[in-house]
Design a protein around this ligand. Sequence first.
Ligand code: PHE
Length: 453
Amino acid sequence: MEKARSSFSSRLGFVLAAAGSAVGLGNIWRFPYLVAKYGGGMFILIYIIVVLTFGFSLMIAEIGLGRKTGQSAIKAYTKLDKKCSAFGVINAIVPIIITPYYCVIGGWVLKFLWAYITTPAKVIADTGLFASFAFNAAEPVEPILWFLLFLGITVVIVCIGVEKGIENVSKFLMPLLVVLVVGVAIYCCTLPGANEGIKYYLKPNMNDLKPITVLAAMTQAFFSLSLAMGIMITYGSYMKKDNSIEKSTWQICAFDTGIALLAGLAIIPAVFALGSPETLKSGPSLMFIILPQVFANMAMGRFIAILFFILVFFAAVTSSISLFETVVSIIIDQLKAKRQNSIIITILICLIIGLLSSLGYGPLENMTVIGMQFLDFFDFISNSVLMPIAAFLTCVFVGWIIGPKAIISEVESNKEKFSWKKLFVIVIKYVGPIVIVLILVASILQAMGKLSI
Ligand code: PHE
């Protein structure tokens, strides 16, 4: 049943496709609220260090594994070592949990887009649209409909196989998104009172250096770079042998991190200038609370808001199709299901987890799992527990089971020198596994109230 593997025609094609998967809600919605929640500058500093070490090394390892074996996640591990098939399975569980709630947030983006098309920006800011929409226990249907619409769009694109078309369109839209985010960031940073926010954003505070901050930064880097869930293994399997893995990896890391940093700069200073610093704690709703205030005060705010949400929507769709497609191919591989059945199973999983996530902010708000609402719980279990485990296993696999040489020779197979080879080996063999275990244990103990740091 397996199709012959096609490959990206150029390195640029590979970088753009991988960047399309990487840049998404993670950069624009998730990164800023984590910065706000975990202490501004310290989070940023740790995040950058994590991208330069773990992010870079893991991406090299995943792309290398994919290109070496020509297989997607589960099979790539098995092909190199039969005993390690479970490693791939852990990678595979992560996107199954993320895809549904990603579509719920995608639905929020669509709702806001529609709201700006139909309603003046001032009205949206004054009515507190987000609370009355997503957190409204009395009217749970609307967020569900927007979630279904976003999921539907994702499914249609995957079914009729126009991912390529979407990726081509987003090639033009992504630079526009960058321009727009830069514009909004400049605007926000020049608002009266924004200085406090810029300071908060850029100045690390030693008191925020806690295991939980490191865990949050680390898992956000994995989420944002689409790591620890087998996606980059699949992308790597489509990469041509003469393309440079190292250069591509640096470019994807730089582009993705640049957009995240800019998005934070468009949101955090505005919290200080327009909202109140307590808003920093608002978690997943931060972007949807702050940006309406920004747009309401801005010249041509409504027009800019429409453009902004269109672009965020495209960024989100290029990520959601890669997430959805990964789940579909996992089910095909694992259950030996036909593609059509596998799509149906994926839709069902999305409906169950997605509906719970959406209702968890409405009528089911009192039903929590370990003290968290459903969406937060799914986000926690996939990002803060499973992803570090998947990353740990990949480090052990590459560092100790097949040995870093296997990947180094793949990186150098195009006859270019692997310039950051030493860093790669140290991170994959020693720093990665040790730090991940320490951080994971400390954070779990902390979450259980057994450790206060
Ligand atoms: N990296 C994407 C984002 O930042 C999310 C994603 C994760 C997409 C994994 C595909 C795979 O939004």
